[in-house]
Design a protein around this ligand. Structure first.
Ligand code: ZN
Length: 160
């Protein structure tokens, strides 16, 4: 069967930056299973998977607007060092969970000053082209429970 809304698709994938740096891969974790059409993956990758079937292999280079979006300089903010969680190791590259009006958000420390810390709330992959190599391993219909939860139960998904 073909991948369409509310299919469970199982994929192997490798994600690299334009520099060739490996950003993410299913290799070593086992294939990824997800419910198609509920926003589980970035939009550009779901678009590319639509209509594919088991055994399909493809490569795609997604621009930022089809991936994690453009970088927004407005999401860079200076906070006082006192506002940092106590005992946390703060250095450039440290990632912290921050509570924002939009929910929990990962922020990255991009600068450490004497009494301030500069935080970047952009997604670490915002502004980047994403080079995916994908192999579709299998496709099946989602169960009503999986559709309700928005994620897969069983192999490659949630066990709960
Ligand atoms: Zn569930």
């Amino acid at each position: 069967m073909k991948i369409t809304k509310h299919s469970v698709a199982t994929i192997e994938y490798t994600l690299t930056a334009d520099s060739g740096e490996l950003l993410d891969t299913s290799d070593g974790h086992g294939p990824l299973a997800y419910v198609h059409g509920v926003g589980a993956l970035i939009p550009g990758l779901e678009d590319e998977l639509e209509g594919r079937q088991g055994g399909d292999v493809f490569e795609v280079r997604l621009p930022p607007e089809r991936g994690y979006g453009e970088r927004d300089e407005g999401m860079i903010q200076d906070v006082s060092r006192q506002a940092m969680p106590e005992g946390a190791e703060i250095e450039v590259g440290t990632q912290l969970q921050a509570e924002t009006p939009g929910g929990m958000h990962v922020v990255t420390v991009v600068e450490v000053g004497e009494d301030h810390v500069r935080l970047d709330a952009n997604h670490p992959l915002a502004g980047q082209h994403l080079n995916f190599k994908v192999q579709v391993v299998g496709v099946r219909p989602a169960t009503p429970e999986e559709i309700e939860h928005g994620h897969v139960h069983g192999p490659g998904g949630h066990a709960h």
